[in-house]
Design a protein around this ligand. Structure first.
Ligand code: RB5
Length: 144
């Protein structure tokens, strides 16, 4: 989990939600609600996910936009900015996203927990019609 100041309260909420379900969480900060740039959290979290140290990542900022752009600069990070449950599910089934980005200013209280659950409970469908598309961006990424 990671956030900037805009996503701090949301990140804390998601942490409580996940730990309450017995899911192990690593917190990349921010550890306080004062100003912190989203890239300072997005890079270390995205690197940990890309390295396989963490199974998946969740990044929260005001809109989720800064986090998603920053995380997607890291090789092996596939961050999806999502605000509805259908997209959260497709981000895993079709896109094999490994990081969920959410906007604290834009997503309703109940939706944010559902997005989290849908994201962590679904897996990419290997060999589906999406495989070739996902392979294309992973190959491009590997060659960077
Ligand atoms: C707040 O600083 C806001 O700019 C940030 O949380 C995020 O929305 C940027 O994408």
């Amino acid at each position: 989990l990671g956030s900037d100041h805009g996503g701090f309260a949301l990140k804390e909420e998601i942490k409580e939600y996940l730990t309450g379900q017995g899911i192990e969480v690593r917190d990349f900060g921010s550890f306080h609600p004062e100003a912190v740039d989203y890239a300072d959290t997005a890079y270390p979290l995205a690197k940990a996910v890309a390295a396989g140290e963490c199974e998946k990542g969740i990044l929260c900022c005001g809109t989720g936009i800064g986090m998603s752009i920053a995380a997607n600069k890291v090789k092996g990070a596939y961050a999806a900015l999502v605000s509805d449950t259908y997209s959260a599910k497709r981000s895993r089934l079709s896109n094999d996203a490994n990081i969920l980005c959410m906007g604290a200013f834009t997503i309703g209280d109940k939706v944010r927990e559902e997005l989290t659950t849908v994201f962590i409970q679904n897996d990419f469908i290997s060999g589906s019609s999406s495989q070739v598309k996902v392979d294309a961006y992973k190959e491009y990424d590997a060659e960077r």
